[in-house]
Structure formats: C-alpha cells, structure tokens
Design a protein around this ligand. Sequence first.
Ligand SMILES: Nc1ncnc2c1ncn2[C@@H]1O[C@H](COP(=O)(O)OP(=O)(O)OP(=O)(O)O)[C@@H](O)[C@H]1O
Ligand SMILES: [Mg+2]
Length: 238
Amino acid sequence: MFGPPGTGKTLLAKAVATESGANFIAVRGPEILSKWVGESEKAIREIFSKARQHAPAVVFFDEIDAIAPTRGTDIGTRVTERIVSQLLTELDGVSELHDVVVIAATNRPDMVDPALLRPGRLEKMIYVPPPDIESRIEILKIHTRKVPLADDVDLLEIARKTEGYTGADIEALVREASLAALREDINNKHVSLRHFEIALRKVKPSITPQMIEYYKRWLETVKQRQEEVKRQAPTITF
Ligand SMILES: Nc1ncnc2c1ncn2[C@@H]1O[C@H](COP(=O)(O)OP(=O)(O)OP(=O)(O)O)[C@@H](O)[C@H]1O
Ligand SMILES: [Mg+2]
C-alpha cells in the first residue's frame, strides 16, 4: 500500500487483521532498524518463522521505506542491504505458502527497494488516495460518533469544504471544533457550525497538490510496470 501520510494505510492493515480472522504480526520498519541493531536479519527470520507456525497469518511491515538503503552512510547501507536481502529470501519462500500473506505500507514508494516489488514478492501495489467527498462524509461520521453535534452542523457541507484533507486531517478538524466549543464556553453542550468554521480556518490539509501529483505519477509507473510484467510473463500450463 502506498499513499500520502494520514490516508489510513496503517488503519487499513489493522482492519485486515480484525476482519480476516488470521493471526496478525505487525512490524514497523523503523523498529527493525533500532530495536534489533546488528540482529535485524535474525529478526526478519524470526518474524517469518512465527508466521509459518501460526498460519494462516498476515505479516504487516509498516513504514517499510525505513529499511531502504540509506545512501551516503556506508554502515547504514550495509545494514539495510542485509535486511533487504533477508526479506527477499523470506518473501520468495512464502510465495509458495498460500496461508501466509505479506502486506507492507509506505508513504515513500520511491524509497522502497525495487527488488521487493518484483513479481512473487510484494507484487500488488495498492494506492490509498486522499478521501473523495463520499469517503470524507463517512470519515466525518466516524470521528463525530461520540461528539454531540448541534442541529446546524451539516456533515455534507463540511465534507464539501474539506477537499484535499486526509483522514488524519479530518480527525484533527473534529478535535479542533470540539476544543473551540469548550474554549468558547466550558459549559457548551454541543459543537456547532461556528466551531467547525473556526476549526476549518485553523486545520488545513497536510498534503499539497504537488504531493498528490507525485503519488499519481507513481501510480502510472506502477501500472506500466505491471503491464510489462504481464507481457513478459510466459504462460506455463501443466
Ligand atoms: N479512511 C479513514 N477513516 C477514518 N479515519 C481515518 C482514515 N484515514 C485516516 N484516519 C485517521 O487518521 C489516523 C492516521 O491514519 P493512518 O495512521 O492509518 O495513516 P497512514 O496512511 O498510515 O499515514 P502514514 O503514511 O503517515 O503512516 C487514523 O488513526 C484515523 O484516526
Ligand atoms: Mg502509517
């Protein structure tokens, strides 16, 4: 999964965990580097061995860009190269196991080692875009579930005004509106339209149109690559 920060990639993986009923092993990319310094390859081996033991299982690598070889620092490069190569070995191993599924997420697809994205490895690339208007309405509903809204609050209207906001931005907007209500009067029982208007002035989209362009270009690259793979793949029938 790739997409701008705050669009719900981590959230989506957690939903997969609960919905699928499979065992879920989540690992954060930065953790692999910091927690197991010098033992990162072993950590990768153990993660996959645990997954095989507890199959059916889902292994989720969040912020996988963190284990991309960092250019410039020699030591950093060698460590990450070793981790990536261990990861490749394991991914090639599980591709035959149908009861172990590997998911990874990043907001920096350009930093992920292309070898990880080859067929049989992390082969399906899913774009998680900023929410469209329908999605924003749903996200607003979720984050206002426990918020006492005044009658003048129209979620559709707020959804219209939050073009370009991510799920995380919308969550921040609702929090800010609730705070605005309390700041106005600690005894306020409802969050009203005027509080959302204050919040809208304060909370702006955290991603820019340029960033969205970057992800769209990536989506095109991915599509092209997948087409190429399809053309090149020999059809083998047994
Ligand atoms: N689609 C959504 N529906 C409801 N809430 C959302 C959605 N997207 C984001 N959020 C809210 O924003 C928070 C942050 O989202 P999340 O951590 O999943 O983003 P992310 O895509 O993993 O970002 P990053 O690339 O920075 O890791 C979530 O915990 C949730 O409260
Ligand atoms: Mg995340």
